[in-house]
Design a protein around this ligand. Structure first.
Ligand SMILES: Nc1ncnc2c1ncn2[C@@H]1O[C@H](COP(=O)(O)OP(=O)(O)O[C@H]2O[C@H](CO)[C@@H](O)[C@H](O)[C@H]2O)[C@@H](O)[C@H]1O
Length: 474
């Protein structure tokens, strides 16, 4: 099967978060299942540079007022098509944000162009199916539907909180027939909804864990789309994300100081010391070291970590933050660092190497997310032997087995879970983690169980292949 995937980011070419990891990993994961993936990405400067010499495969005479072309190359082991449209993507900086942190003012056009190019390529280049990721590509199933195309589409929701909503007057420039702008279409509370378009027009919809698939069908977590999602019934499913276990491998990771595997985790101590140094923490081999890696956002419960700080500090533990995001949270993280020098460390920014050092050097990774479609941080934590403390929501609940008494006795715990998601319950889980760490006997077992967890794509790739083959049958 020839599958075209379309997304606004994909590792290793451009990454701001977990979407890129998944888009970058699926081609290798699906290859053994007989699915050959080509990935269409916006031609950002970083993407064009990484592709090197390219072959021009299609020209698009007029894409929202300017010519563009599709170019193709194989790079980093992936077959990539880039939408070379300098008027939309030829700018430095974030894929989504202008300098100053506001959305690029022409994001509606930019990502409509991406979706239109994907629909065009899916039809004209002989692909069997189109895999559409998140709102940035969400219009593609609408373009295909109104072109009476037979190319089936799968729409994957990585985060329902980001919906790509634009004022109604954007509709006029999309080049879609008037009938598309209805409740039974892409109209969303009087606006144009790019994610809504994906959910409405795609043949199948999935999200990145079974738990989140169930949650988004409820009013509490459906973000206004639960009715529509419930209405799509069995067309909606959940498939867990995995990790590219070659890419994320503590035995071969070039970003960390000391490489190790499950047979001997003692080299982790060197990574811990390095992480403490990089984060401005006291070099304390026996202090339990917690780390947070991710977007500094309400979703991720960063405020809960800050409020639960006494549970960490009063127990002689340390905390390292790596992330960027909401200005107020960035300021609070910097403030906590300044107030607790040597005990709280932080790096506000995006740093792939430091993220890996966090997974390889921290004793435990904190993920107190209020909601989490899947989460990759906890999978990295398991793989790198840093048993995570996670909120029992979405994909976190699906991937981390709480080390309660029964689980410890049965030898199956891989981390710690807590619910409901509150500062108090997080503090109590942290206290439990520190006690386990200090009792000496259970922690190594927990760490070994974590590292033995299957976080690869193997099972999920099979599920994707089954879903895609089902789509081809209609
Ligand atoms: N400052 C920083 N420096 C370096 N690396 C950083 C970083 N901040 C984040 N990362 C990295 O980015 C990735 C984050 O992935 P997540 O899946 O945890 O969250 P995200 O919310 O971006 O993804 C959304 O999409 C993914 C993919 O489907 C879902 O798993 C998730 O639940 C959903 O919210 C990880 O690889 C992490 O290490």
């Amino acid at each position: 099967m020839k599958l075209l995937a379309v997304a606004s980011e994909g590792f290793p070419f451009v990454k701001t978060g977990g979407l890129a990891d998944v888009v970058g990993a699926l081609p290798a994961a699906l290859a053994p299942e007989g699915v050959g993936v080509t990935t269409l990405l916006p031609g950002y400067p970083a993407v064009m540079a990484a592709l090197g010499p390219v072959q021009s495969v299609e020209s698009l005479a007029d894409i929202f007022g300017a010519p563009a072309r599709l170019v193709r190359a194989t790079a980093a082991g992936r077959d990539v098509i880039a939408l070379d449209a300098p008027q939309f993507f030829g700018r430095a900086g974030s894929p989504y944000l202008a300098p100053g942190g506001m959305d690029w003012p022409d994001n509606a056009q930019r990502f409509a162009a991406l979706a239109r190019a994907a629909a065009h390529a899916a039809q004209s280049m002989g692909f069997d199916a189109l895999h559409v990721h998140d709102w940035q590509a969400g219009l593609a199933p609408a373009y295909l539907r109104f072109a009476s195309s037979r190319v089936p589409t799968l729409f994957t929701i990585h985060n329902l909180a980001f919906q790509g909503q634009f004022p109604a007057d954007v509709f006029g420039m999309l080049g879609l027939p008037a009938e598309a702008f209805r409740t039974e279409g892409l109209e969303y509370f009087g606006q144009v909804g790019y994610l809504k378009a994906g959910v409405w027009f795609a043949d199948r919809v999935n999200t990145v864990s079974p738990g989140y698939a169930a949650e988004i069908c409820t009013p509490q977590w459906g973000m206004g789309l639960d009715g529509l999602l419930r209405g799509r019934g069995r067309d909606v499913s959940g498939i867990l994300n995995g990790l590219d276990t070659d890419e994320w491998n503590p035995a071969a990771d070039p970003h960390i100081v000391a490489r190790y595997d499950a047979a001997d985790v003692t080299p982790r101590a060197l990574n811990k010391a390095k992480l403490q140094a990089r984060m401005g923490l006291a070099i304390a081999p026996h202090a339990p070291l917690f780390a947070f890696v991710g977007r500094l956002a309400w979703q991720k419960g960063v405020d809960l970590i800050l409020e639960a700080l006494p549970a960490i500090l009063d127990n002689g533990a340390q905390l390292a933050f790596l992330g960027s995001g909401e200005t107020a949270l960035e300021a609070r993280v910097r403030g906590a660092t300044g107030a607790q020098l040597g005990r709280v460390g932080s790096h506000v920014g995006f740093d792939e190497g430091l993220a890996r050092l966090c997974y390889a050097g921290a004793d435990s990774i904190l993920m107190p997310s209020r909601f989490e479609p899947c989460g990759l941080g906890q999978l990295c934590a398991l793989r790198y032997g840093a048993p995570p403390v996670v909120a029992r929501v979405g994909g976190l609940a699906d991937t981390v087995i709480d080390a309660n008494e029964m689980a410890l006795a049965a030898g199956v715990g891989t981390g710690l879970n807590f619910a409901p998601v509150s500062q108090e319950m997080l503090a109590s889980a942290i206290t439990r983690a520190i006690a386990l760490y200090r009792d000496g006997e259970n922690w190594p077992r927990l760490q070994a169980n974590a590292m033995a967890s299957d976080v690869s794509w193997t099972r999920s790739a099979r599920q994707y292949a089954t879903l895609l083959r089902g789509m081809l049958r209609g």
